[in-house]
Design a protein around this ligand. Structure first.
Ligand SMILES: Nc1ncnc2c1ncn2[C@@H]1O[C@H](COP(=O)(O)OS(=O)(=O)O)[C@@H](OP(=O)(O)O)[C@H]1O
Ligand SMILES: Nc1ncnc2c1ncn2[C@@H]1O[C@H](COP(=O)(O)OP(=O)(O)O)[C@@H](O)[C@H]1O
Length: 203
């Protein structure tokens, strides 16, 4: 039942900045790049939990999960990877424009693909996070047994083995997961992110 409240009719189009102000944070997209097994998903989940504990509003997009839904028609050719990243970047842009701190975890193997993501999201919002780890260490971890299968030729176009991985040279932050324990890597990442998402001063 109506409480007879009269809502004023505003015709302004709300801007991302208005939503950021309401949420008390600066919306950014933290784009986590790295080989399979480098630690992207582990750090992305831990980062989101750390931010949640501190009261930030977040959204997490993981390449592996996106590939079971919105990107379930895509494989691992260069063309499909490009389309995969394009869609993920467009979706991230929507989340960021609603004020959310958005964390994306996708291999994003080439400079060209990452440049496209940055262009879609916008350079003021996009933060490239390189989860650095030598392929030998990723292969030793072989979290999902994919490297073993790729070596046996059971998976084609596997990143770092039969498909290229160009390590970023100008990432905004590099987290080396072979040189640091998980808690140290997380600390470094959380501190960096907190420095970027503090609310802008009131207009
Ligand atoms: N051929 C091949 N190459 C690389 N990865 C493969 C492949 N086949 C399946 N997988 C699984 O898919 C996950 C990577 O998907 P992404 O969407 O992040 O890849 S990409 O950014 O489009 O390159 C990746 O997840 P992560 O291990 O979390 O990176 C793998 O589990
Ligand atoms: N410093 C670290 N940061 C992140 N993960 C680490 C680190 N050291 C070891 N690991 C381990 O490496 C593995 C990374 O797997 P995962 O997060 O699934 O990688 P990706 O999402 O990049 O494929 C996990 O088993 C994790 O516990």
């Amino acid at each position: 039942m109506s409480d007879n409240h009269i809502y004023p009719i505003f015709d302004t189009i709300l801007q991302p900045k208005d939503k950021e102000q309401l949420l008390g944070q600066t919306a950014k997209v933290f784009w986590m790049v790295g080989l399979s097994g480098s630690g992207k998903s582990t750090l992305a989940r831990a980062l989101e939990n750390a931010l949640f504990e501190k009261g930030f509003k977040t959204m997490l997009l993981d390449g592996d999960n996106l590939r079971t839904g919105i990107n379930n028609n895509l494989g691992f050719s260069q063309e499909d990877r490009t389309e995969n990243i394009r869609r993920a970047a467009e979706v991230s842009k929507l989340f960021a424009s609603s004020g959310l701190v958005t964390i994306c975890s996708l291999i994003s193997p080439t400079e060209k693909i990452r440049k496209m993501a940055k262009e879609i999201i916008g350079q003021d919002t996009f933060e490239e996070v390189f989860i650095e780890c030598p392929i030998e260490v990723c292969e030793q971890r072989d979290v999902k047994g994919l490297y073993a299968k790729a070596r046996k030729g059971e998976i084609k176009d596997f990143t770092g083995i039969s498909s290229p991985f160009e390590a970023p040279t100008d990432a905004d932050i590099v987290v080396n997961t072979a040189a640091h324990e998980l808690n140290e890597s997380l600390d470094l990442l959380v501190n960096y992110v907190l420095g970027k998402i503090q609310p802008a001063p009131n207009k």
